[in-house]
Design a binder for this molecule. Structure first.
Ligand SMILES: [Zn+2]
Length: 343
């Protein structure tokens, strides 16, 4: 076996920034079960080992909806936000994270109450671990386009310094992006950043729709870009950030062999790939593990490990002064830990 090109412990401990992670996909299974018990919700299984098992995107989304269903009160949201950030800080030394949540999948609680709970969790985690967090309310595309527009209007009406943009997730093939033009136009009018899960399970053409039709600035996943060389070249030249997560392509029909991951082809093609854990507990991973898998699995040099983090800082939706502050704090640590600069 070839030795790792970078010490896995260094990859785990070095400071990181994560831009694609779902709050509801970060619930500890034990917390999910405890909250279900508390609210009298029946689960498909009460065995933590079996809760997060699925073979395709539909199975995954079914469990994701269960995770959404157990979050009913502000204190539920505060608890799971705190735990998600604690896990990121402790497992992978994440210093800044942008986290999605799906307001429309929690119909029994108002947006304002949900947001207040999440912000309480963020503040407590920042106090205890120094990790910072911003939020991206995400459209769930299986709900009607009118619900998406209502959600964006709600986000715009209750602006918070913690909310930096909107996203979109769910099954792309059932509900293509062009249905959501009005919601994205409303987000643009409100001055919100825009992103969406695209070309994950849908075709490469959805990337063009999302960038040119919805005004998206970043590409969440985007794996099917590898099917369209001309589009790949356009996005390489533009340096458009791709927020990737290696565990999800096999759920959408990509080969399960890690070496055949589209993420590898995207990195080799010179795209601006940023590593993420996506749904860390539900996908049995964390960001440190992802860095080890990608850097050592594909023999990448320490300079590439650093670039994943620096590109994430550049692509973050916090304001420019906070990005500069993150770079000032993190870059010297990366150089030292990865042996990139001496003296
Ligand atoms: Zn995602």
């Amino acid at each position: 076996m070839t030795p790792p090109s970078i010490d896995p412990a260094v990859l785990r401990r070095m400071p990181k920034v994560e831009l694609h992670c779902h709050l509801e996909g970060s619930l500890r299974s034990s917390t999910l079960i405890a909250l279900a018990d508390h609210h009298g919700i029946t689960l498909p299984t009460r065995e933590p080992r079996w809760l997060y098992r699925y073979h395709d995107l539909a199975g995954f989304l079914a469990v994701y909806e269960v995770a959404c269903a157990v979050l009913r009160t502000a204190s539920d949201f505060a608890l799971v936000t705190y735990e998600a950030l604690e896990d990121a800080a402790m497992s992978s030394n994440v210093r800044y994270r942008e986290m999605f949540f799906n307001p429309t999948l929690h119909p029994d609680i108002s947006y304002q109450v949900m947001l207040a709970g999440i912000v309480d969790g963020i503040r407590a985690a920042e106090h205890d671990y120094g990790i910072r967090c911003r939020l991206i309310p995400s459209i769930y595309r299986q709900l009607p386009a009118s619900a998406a527009l209502e959600m964006v209007d709600m986000v715009a009406a209750h602006r918070s310094e913690y909310v930096v943009g909107i996203g979109m997730d769910g099954d792309e093939l059932l509900d293509p992006p062009e249905q959501f033009v009005a919601a994205y136009a409303a987000a643009a009018r409100a001055g919100l950043h825009r992103g969406a899960h695209m070309a994950h399970d849908g075709p490469a053409s959805f990337i063009t729709t999302c960038l040119d039709g919805l005004g998206c600035e970043r590409i969440d996943h985007g794996y099917h870009v590898v099917d369209d060389p001309a589009l790949m070249e356009r996005l390489r030249e533009a340096g458009t950030p791709f927020l990737c997560a290696t565990p999800t392509p096999p759920l959408c029909g990509w080969p399960s062999a890690f070496d055949e991951s589209p993420v590898r082809r995207m990195i080799d093609a010179g795209l601006t790939v940023i590593l993420n854990s996506d749904d860390p507990t539900m996908l049995h991973t964390d960001l440190g593990t992802e860095f080890d898998k990608v850097c050592n699995g594909w023999g990448l040099p320490p300079s590439r490990a650093k670039r994943f983090v620096m590109d994430a800082i550049d692509a973050a939706w916090c304001d420019a002064s906070e990005r500069a502050e993150l770079a000032r704090e993190i870059e010297p640590e990366l150089d030292r830990m990865l042996g990139l600069r001496t003296g």
